[in-house]
Design a protein around this ligand. Structure first.
Ligand SMILES: [Zn+2]
Length: 144
């Protein structure tokens, strides 16, 4: 999956997928895709790799070539592919994974290596939250 590899922080990781064909309640043929696994993405804050868990479930309606409805902007409308006699399943799965990847990811709080650097230059009391906490303090002591 070369296009997916371009988005990743390395080759490590594994993706498992399953594809099931079926007919939806409106009598339309579709593929139900399930993708699970883990890949490495780059943290947007510290630019170091982080583990990202993939868990995608999508359903793609199938249409004859030329018969798929035009793209509309409604994100709720179902996704269509045009399927002829042959379908490149791996490219389809790759497309779905690329669509499912977040635009940017960050390490969880406390796990990002950029946080320790920030903490050095900044005293905890300077943060807006610390000031907010100081403002709230009198109210909290004024309990009935
Ligand atoms: Zn990070």
């Amino acid at each position: 999956m070369p296009r997916l590899h371009d988005q990743l922080a390395g080759d490590a990781g594994e993706v498992r997928y399953s594809v099931r064909g079926g007919i939806d309640p409106l009598d339309r043929p579709h593929l139900a895709l399930e993708v699970n696994g883990g890949v490495k993405l780059l943290c947007a804050r510290c630019a170091k790799p982080l583990d990202y868990a993939l868990a995608l479930r999508t359903r793609v309606l199938m249409a004859q070539p030329g018969a798929a409805p035009q793209d509309d902007e409604d994100p709720e409308s179902p996704e269509w592919i045009e399927a002829g006699q042959e379908l490149n399943l791996q490219a389809l799965v790759e497309d779905e994974i690329l669509l499912g990847l977040p635009l940017s990811v960050r390490h969880a709080q406390g796990q990002c290596s950029s946080e320790t650097q920030e903490a050095f230059g900044k005293k905890a009391a300077d943060s807006p939250f610390a000031r907010l906490a100081a403002l709230l303090e009198p109210g909290q002591t004024n309990k009935r």
